[in-house]
Design a protein around this ligand. Structure first.
Ligand code: SF4
Ligand code: SF4
Ligand code: SF4
Length: 202
């Protein structure tokens, strides 16, 4: 995680609330799409753990209000993720087609998408866990598909004492010290910092 990551959450509020009065702010989402598409083929979901404004918002702004329960396995399942991806992308494209190319109307499509998805993220973030939405967010699913096998977390099994600290700090609630591929790892590095035996690295 970058030192600046916790501050990116403010962008969610600026786009969601400011965009109601100034729809062009919605175009910021295009920068988000472009950035994650560039990063994902090389580092998987690195964008989610380091640059995403909503990821920062749920981790650092919403977390104090969260019940921090276990994220249901169904949220990670492709049976949920693929339909959510198709529905949200279809909804966005349909609405853009109906804007007749008017700049502010297109901006408002992005603003409403941001408000809708942020509302769902806040709801699940409070009643379940901060990163519950990130388990099935279409942009997370897309990054996983593009580079889920890239930049994998490595574990030195000889050093691990099975203390469980890495799993406790993992915002995605992954089985950190199991030798498995973790395509939904957001490369935040918190498990590496928490490990007392320096058993984890990228
Ligand atoms: S899963 Fe979606 S909302 Fe969460 S950090 Fe990634 S792109 Fe952002
Ligand atoms: S496995 Fe480690 S780097 Fe990956 S999301 Fe969990 S805490 Fe972050
Ligand atoms: S924090 Fe380090 S030592 Fe503890 S379980 Fe995780 S990898 Fe093993």
């Amino acid at each position: 995680m970058l030192k600046i990551t916790p501050y990116f959450g403010i962008i969610v509020l600026i786009v969601s609330l400011g965009g109601i009065f100034y729809p062009k702010l919605g175009y910021f989402l295009l920068l988000v799409f472009a950035s994650l598409m560039i990063v994902a083929p090389f580092r998987g979901r690195w964008f989610c753990g380091n640059l995403c404004p909503r990821g920062s918002f749920v981790d650092f702004w919403l977390a104090p209000l969260s019940r921090k329960l276990k994220i249901p396995d169904f949220f990670r399942s492709m049976w949920l993720r693929v339909p959510v991806f198709v529905l949200l992308m279809g909804f966005m494209i349909f609405r853009i087609i109906n804007t007749e190319g008017i700049v502010d109307r297109i901006g408002m499509v992005f603003v409403t998408l941001c408000i809708l998805t942020t509302s769902v993220a806040i709801l699940f973030g409070v009643i379940i866990a901060p990163r519950a939405w990130c388990s099935f967010c279409p942009m997370g699913t897309l990054q996983r598909a593009m580079g889920g096998k890239r930049y994998q977390l490595k574990m030195d099994a000889g050093r691990c004492i099975d203390c469980g600290r890495c799993q406790k700090v993992c915002p995605m609630q992954l089985p950190v010290n199991e030798i498995l591929e973790k395509p939904d790892c957001i490369k935040c590095g918190r498990c590496i910092e928490a490990c007392p035996k320096q058993a984890l690295s990228f």
